[in-house]
Design a protein around this ligand. Structure first.
Ligand SMILES: [Zn+2]
Length: 69
């Protein structure tokens, strides 16, 4: 996915920065615990389309990766 596009994207709910999970093809807001799907390279920024993340997924990933994206 386009890095510049990714940098522009924010969560529609909290306006927070999203984290792109390349393997899952999702944009994740850890604040809301929602994962927005990316379909054909196009992020679907709709809360009703977002997947509710599991509790363990909401935890931040390894420290030092927060600056990614
Ligand atoms: Zn959010």
């Amino acid at each position: 996915m386009d890095k510049e596009l990714l940098a522009m994207l924010v969560c529609p709910l909290c306006k927070g920065k999203l984290k792109y999970d390349r393997e899952a093809g999702e944009l994740r807001c850890h604040y809301d615990g929602l994962a927005y799907p990316v379909r054909d390279g196009i992020p679907v920024m709709l809360p009703e389309e977002a997947r509710q993340m599991d509790v363990d997924e909401k935890l931040p990933t390894s420290p030092g990766r927060t600056g990614e994206a």
